[in-house]
Design a binder for this molecule. Structure first.
Ligand SMILES: Cc1cc2nc3c(=O)[nH]c(=O)nc-3n(C[C@H](O)[C@H](O)[C@H](O)COP(=O)(O)OP(=O)(O)OC[C@H]3O[C@@H](n4cnc5c(N)ncnc54)[C@H](O)[C@@H]3O)c2cc1C
Length: 495
């Protein structure tokens, strides 16, 4: 197949055209639909879908390109085929902010404040009318390497330490709105988080921050800016005032409804970008050639483009990257590994959750790669949450599944139940999770260069998503509203 970049020179036949829709031949016998839209959104996860909805609200025409067979990205809901019970295996909670209630409210998707209703008493069965995330269990700290019980040192002043955390990070409140950092960048922000904890005497808060901040890998050595974006004042507040979650444990519903709103004809699922020309097109618009499963090739022509996928170079093959984009995106040196799912056939006591802890590590943090915990879902018989993390994403899915089975077997032996082969109900890789640059790069103004990409190519190119802010749906939606949308809508790109 020949790239659309050569289309103009081939004298191709425009066979049919309607408003926003035409079909052209791109090579002998190969046909491509042409979709003309105001904005192409690449990536249909939390930030891409929210951006697309907001653009539709602003009377823009959009098309969303998503490689999966569903919208939602890290938001993924399992449905039990026997009972219909729903379990979110990715995004579960939201901070109680207007941007969340507005987005859910727009589509009539019901939210529940998790502190507004009583939870079951630990040791008692789950209340099946509540989301699985509210199933309260007895907690045991166990070293998953050998099944031994770990006794944690009790921290009497956790509440006080969390309040101190909130007060200390309040001087860096701007990190909750994006990466608009002062120059010079404050040293605290690129200091390893372990050193930050020591400096401000936050030891008693660390275990809570670690538990809420799952997926951050070796949190003690991660630059502080990443941690205080990921666990922030809004979390500290929500721990007391309540997080929001979908009333039936079905966070995917918001993406289903949003997809309907954007309209299925504007959402290309199971689609990948093959090549991109944003600079030298006869139309003056960006041209993006996309391969869609079942419907074949499509040529998108858009006045503006929103990139809402992890901007790792390996994920941008076929893009006509500018030297600035290439230089910035090639600075990502690492990301974490994060996998989630549900298993069945474990046979352990379903009122007890085992939390992975290492007897001799600082703060008893588990030795990764490993499961964070093995916790019963409660609303589905003998179904268990899996959240597995690594300091990098190099393990294959099969290796992770094998690790998980071995760790479950270790726990089964330690509690004296038969060793079984766990059965996977659902499994998702979330990799690459949390793209990071080196502390020196943060110090040397990496994020200034990243921000400078916004509105590039003469107002054609815009970016959103976790790499441009943080892995937090609530904060990403606010970033879209505060930063992305004003830039796009105030942009000067040609229609
Ligand atoms: C297990 C887990 C639990 C989480 N829990 C919470 C929570 O409870 N609350 C919360 O607020 N946040 C939570 N987060 C974080 C939250 O999910 C992320 O912050 C958010 O999803 C990031 O949004 P995004 O748009 O950047 O990426 P994503 O939501 O991942 O969206 C990116 C989309 O782009 C698609 N894509 C990637 N590459 C391409 C490509 N080349 N072409 C086309 N499409 C592509 C992906 O399939 C995906 O759909 C959790 C994350 C994980 C992994």
């Amino acid at each position: 197949m020949r790239s659309h970049l050569a289309l103009a020179g081939l004298g191709l036949a425009l066979l049919a055209s309607a408003k926003n829709w035409s079909i052209i031949e791109i090579n002998d016998g190969q046909w491509s639909d042409v979709l003309e839209r105001d904005v192409c959104v690449i990536g249909g996860g939390a930030s891409g879908v929210h951006a697309a909805v907001s653009l539709v609200d602003a009377n823009k025409t959009v098309v969303v390109v998503e490689r999966n067979n569903r919208l939602g990205g890290h938001t993924h809901t399992y449905t039990d085929p026997e009972t219909g019970a729903l379990v979110d295996i990715g995004v579960v909670v939201y901070q109680p902010k207007p941007v969340v209630t507005d987005f859910f409210g727009k589509f009539g998707v019901p939210l529940l404040n998790m502190s507004s209703v009583p939870w079951n008493v630990p040791g008692q069965p789950a209340n099946k009318s509540q989301p699985a995330a509210m199933y309260n269990t007895i907690r045991r700290d166990t070293d998953f390497r050998d099944g031994s019980e770990v006794v944690r040192e009790q921290q009497p002043d956790v509440v006080e330490a969390l309040a101190r955390f909130r007060q200390v990070v309040s001087q860096y409140d701007y990190v909750l709105h994006g990466y608009d950092l002062p120059d010079p960048v404050p040293e605290d922000l690129y200091t390893p988080f372990g050193a930050f904890v020591d400096k401000y005497n936050l030891t008693a808060a660390f275990s809570t921050i670690y538990q809420v901040g799952q997926g951050m890998g070796d949190m003690l050595h991660v630059p502080t800016i990443y941690v205080i974006k990921y666990f922030n004042a809004g979390d500290e507040q929500a721990l007391y005032e309540g997080y929001l979650t979908h009333v039936h444990g079905n966070n995917s519903e918001i993406y289903y409804k949003a997809g309907e709103y954007i309209k299925p004809s504007n959402v290309l699922l199971e689609s990948s970008v093959i090549s991109v020309n944003r600079k030298n097109t006869t139309s003056g618009r960006a041209e993006i050639l996309v391969s869609s499963r079942d419907t074949g090739l499509k040529l998108l022509q858009c006045s503006q483009v929103v990139l809402a996928i992890p901007p790792h170079l390996s994920n941008l093959r076929g893009w006509d990257l500018t030297p600035e984009e290439h230089a910035v995106f090639s600075e990502y040196i690492t990301s974490n590994g994060y996998w989630t799912g549900l298993v069945k056939n474990v046979g352990m006591n379903q009122t007890v959750s085992h939390y992975n802890a290492a007897a001799t590590s600082p703060y008893n943090i588990p030795v990764l790669p490993a499961l964070y915990a093995l916790a019963p879902v409660g609303t589905i018989e003998d179904a268990w949450w899996i959240k597995f993390s690594a300091n990098n994403p190099t393990l294959t899915d099969a290796q992770v599944q094998s690790y998980v089975a071995r760790q479950i077997n270790t726990l089964q032996k330690s509690v004296g139940v038969p060793v079984t082969e766990p059965e996977w109900l659902i499994f998702q890789s979330h990799n690459p999770f949390h793209l990071q640059v080196a502390p020196e790069a943060i110090k040397d103004g990496f994020y200034k260069k990243l921000n400078a990409l916004q509105g590039g190519l003469g107002g054609k190119m815009f970016y959103t998503g976790a790499a441009f802010h943080t892995h937090y749906s609530t904060l990403l939606w606010r970033f879209n509203k505060e930063v992305l949308l004003p830039k796009i809508l105030g942009g000067s790109a040609r229609r």
